[in-house]
Write a protein that binds this ligand. Structure first.
Ligand SMILES: Cc1cc2nc3c(=O)[nH]c(=O)nc-3n(C[C@H](O)[C@H](O)[C@H](O)COP(=O)(O)OP(=O)(O)OC[C@H]3O[C@@H](n4cnc5c(N)ncnc54)[C@H](O)[C@@H]3O)c2cc1C
Length: 390
């Protein structure tokens, strides 16, 4: 390696974890983190939960001293606009050109918007800290919110808005919330949770129009229903932030295509986190949008980049979502098409095993943290479902 060091583009969890792991692996060269946000790298899960509910304001992952002490340069408020993999340079929006020996792409996601929705005050998306603060500001004055999309972020926003006393209509074209991830059977339990908390959940219908003069006033659903609204939150998912890679030769297909260690199609270029589509053990490309995946990937990509031994880790994927007082947790890789065995349900809390080809492939719990975590070994060992149920 020359002395240009490692440049990490993106200023979120993946960037911070990679820098941290590099120093732990005793990499002594230069490390530069380039982020288009003005904030120190911060944690996103609280944005739809504690931050929105005004319980927390500080979500930084590490204080500034951490970066100083570890000699990690932060270039904040600096978007990368292009990459030249031949010259091994990244160009920033202000024209600065950074040379690298190794480049790490950690640019995360950009929330999708609905082009037909006019740019009215009170129409919001949620991905960043600034967006969470702006949404919280609107929420403090709002009375009636429409949340479009009952995925994880839409469900969490609906729950947080309810706890702030806002009337919420949650609109979802699928038959239940989270249907595409967890299937309709568990989706029904999530629907029940929200309805019990006073959310007006409308499923099987989309949004046809959003109306207003300067500020949003009304949402019209596909079935013609007109809903008064002074706040609209669009939670219809996100897309990988890869525009800046156009023309670079780095292969992108719903995320940056990587091998099983995070190496991209371009020499000395790596990717991890929400933006990256890693090859999995079965040879498929998979992009994961969950927090714990980032640390799992950082533990692999760093030694691979440094030419060190890559640890053999058996990763059982995990994510959680906090909705009201219920922590929904998912361990393993359940799919909507799996056979679902609901083994506990007290009307609010629940536990379900997901079966594929006779073995347990996932466990989903609502408010059952101990029981979900206990299943980790069983999933890793592909335990027959009969044993789980017996
Ligand atoms: C509101 C919310 C709630 C969540 N809750 C949960 C949860 O409960 N459980 C769970 O498992 N996961 C949750 N997640 C997902 C989890 O936060 C992500 O998996 C994680 O943040 C991914 O980290 P990342 O570093 O890959 O991407 P990000 O955290 O998105 O970081 C990417 C960074 O790169 C910057 N960037 C983008 N383009 C450029 C560019 N061209 N130049 C420079 N910088 C750029 C972005 O501004 C951003 O700072 C949540 C996510 C959100 C948004």
């Amino acid at each position: 390696m020359s002395n240009n060091g490692i440049v990490i583009v993106g200023g979120g969890l993946a960037a911070a974890r990679t820098a941290e792991q590099l120093r732990r692996a005793e990499y002594t060269g230069r490390i530069t983190i380039v982020s288009d946000e003005a904030h120190l790298p911060y944690d996103r899960p609280p944005l739809s939960k504690e931050v929105l509910r005004k319980e927390v304001d500080d979500v930084v992952l590490k204080p500034r001293e951490f970066y100083d002490e570890n000699d990690i340069t932060l270039q904040l408020g600096a978007a990368a606009t292009s990459l030249d993999t031949g010259a091994q340079t990244v160009t920033l929006a202000d024209g600065t050109v950074l040379h690298y020996d190794e480049l790490v792409i950690a640019t995360g996601l950009v929330p999708r918007r609905i082009p037909a929705i006019p740019d009215l005050e009170g129409v919001r998306v949620l991905r960043s800290f600034d967006e969470s603060m702006a949404l919280r500001e609107h929420a403090s004055e709002a009375q009636r919110a429409v949340v479009i999309g009952a995925g994880f972020i839409g469900c969490e926003v609906a729950a947080s808005l309810r706890s702030l006393g806002v009337e919420v209509v949650l609109v979802e074209p699928q038959p239940t919330p989270l249907a595409t991830v967890l299937g309709e059977q568990i989706g029904e339990l999530v629907a029940r949770l929200h309805r019990n908390e006073g959310v007006d959940l409308r499923t099987g219908v989309g949004v046809a129009e959003v109306r207003g003069e300067k500020h949003v006033e009304q949402v019209v659903l596909g079935d013609g229903t007109e809903l008064a609204a002074d706040l609209v939150v669009v939670g219809i998912g996100s897309r990988p932030a890869t525009e800046w890679l156009e023309g670079s030769g780095v292969e992108v297909d719903n995320g940056v295509i990587c091998d099983e260690a995070g190496k991209t199609s371009a020499p000395n270029v790596w990717a991890l986190g929400d933006v990256a589509s890693w090859r999995d053990a079965t040879g498929h490309q998979a992009r994961v949008e969950h927090w714990s995946n980032v640390a799992d990937q950082a533990r692999v990509v760093v030694p691979a980049m440094l030419g060190q031994d890559v640890p053999e880790v058996v990763v059982v994927p995990y994510f959680w979502s906090d909705q009201y007082d219920v922590k929904i947790q998912c361990l393993g890789e359940p799919e909507a098409t799996d056979v679902v065995h609901l083994v506990e349900d007290d009307g609010r809390k629940f536990l379900a095993y997901y079966e594929r080809d006779g073995v347990v492939v996932g466990v989903v719990g609502g408010g059952m943290p101990g029981k979900v975590m206990k299943a980790r070994g069983k999933i890793a060992a592909a335990t027959p479902i009969s044993e789980m149920l017996g």
